[in-house]
Design a protein around this ligand. Structure first.
Ligand SMILES: NC(=O)c1ccc[n+]([C@@H]2O[C@H](COP(=O)([O-])OP(=O)(O)OC[C@H]3O[C@@H](n4cnc5c(N)ncnc54)[C@H](OP(=O)(O)O)[C@@H]3O)[C@@H](O)[C@H]2O)c1
Length: 291
């Protein structure tokens, strides 16, 4: 029988946090933090939490839950938002993540930090775990700062760099796909990057990876999680619109990026796939799961 762990998901009311909670509650005891609104799932304890950058608040949260595993899933993966809201982005992704790590260490909890493919430069693509991360965007710089702090401080951590995650969020925390579908239903125009390439992956593969990390007590590793297809946001939106039967005439490509060059942030997930011991989903299979 699998060991049941007490898991705290910081940012558990968000799109990713909710999907992780849904999967992990099957075998574990799960608590989720929220700041504003949340959609309650059965069997999960929801805890209001403000002041993520304050050491005392992080410590009292950890003392209350006494988790064996802390998953840091707070913040947003939107690089444009991070450029506009620099202070808020640093507060959550860097200061908050670091304070939470310090608190988690008192409880000797495993610390799982969700990072992203934005830590890379976008120059080459197919980035492996051993490749040097040189971020171009503020979000990537902040995430990398937190990664480096975690690596230097913790003896029981796992950093998971994720490609954009496909899945359905909640009414209060819609995913990127939900927002795109809303534009499709209400026939609102959307302009999307055709220059920035990622390899999106279904959020259920992240949940599976975290289950393996916990079950096998994997420590002090950085893992990459990306899908099999490298695709721009615009091309992906076209596929999603076709999957749901929306009119693609409302979508148009934005030519952004330095000198209009293609930037490829795709992640090489070879190490992670060995750990998962399952066949990765094809992009169309991931899109079919969204229906
Ligand atoms: N979505 C993706 O495709 C993707 C890909 C790679 C990595 N990630 C990482 O996964 C994490 C979650 O992303 P998401 O898409 O789930 O975002 P989301 O839906 O916006 O959820 C963010 C969560 O973080 C909480 N939060 C935000 N700022 C906070 C603060 N200052 N103090 C306490 N809680 C705060 C939110 O609570 P409130 O809404 O109540 O403030 C919410 O629970 C981010 O770190 C992101 O970089 C996501």
């Amino acid at each position: 029988m699998k060991n049941k762990n007490r898991i705290l998901i910081v940012g558990g009311s968000g799109f990713v946090g909710t999907q992780l909670a849904k999967a992990l509650v099957r075998n574990h005891e799960v608590s989720c933090t929220y700041r504003n609104e949340f959609t309650a799932l059965p069997g999960i304890d929801y805890i209001p939490f403000h002041g993520i950058h304050e050491k005392d608040r992080c410590t009292s949260l950890i003392q209350k839950v006494k988790p064996e595993v802390v998953i840091f899933a707070a913040g947003s993966n939107d690089p444009e938002r991070a450029e506009k809201e620099v202070n808020q982005s640093q507060t959550v992704h860097l200061t908050g993540a670091n304070q939470m790590l310090t608190a988690a260490e008192y409880a000797k909890a495993k610390y799982i930090y969700l990072s992203s493919d934005w830590v890379f430069s976008g120059m080459d693509g197919n980035f492996g775990e051993a490749d040097t991360a040189i971020p171009f965007h503020g979000l990537g710089k902040t995430k990398l700062g937190a990664e480096n702090y975690i690596r230097s401080r913790s003896l029981n951590h796992v950093i998971i760099r994720c490609a954009p995650l496909l899945g359905r969020g909640t009414l209060d925390h819609p995913s990127w796909v939900d927002q795109l579908r809303e534009a499709g239903v209400f026939e609102r125009p959307r302009v999307l990057s055709d220059r920035s390439i990622h390899n999106p992956v279904h959020v259920r593969e992240l949940a599976l990876l975290i289950e393996r990390v916990i079950e096998n007590d994997i420590r002090n590793k950085t893992l990459h999680l990306g899908g099999l297809t490298r695709i721009s946001e615009y091309q992906l939106a076209l596929k999603i619109f076709k999957t749901f039967g929306y009119d693609v005439k409302h979508l148009s490509p934005a030519k952004t990026g330095p000198q209009n060059a293609i930037q490829d942030y795709s992640l090489n997930s070879t190490q992670t796939l060995k750990l998962l011991k399952t066949e990765p989903l094809l992009l169309q299979q991931s899109l079919d799961l969204l229906k």
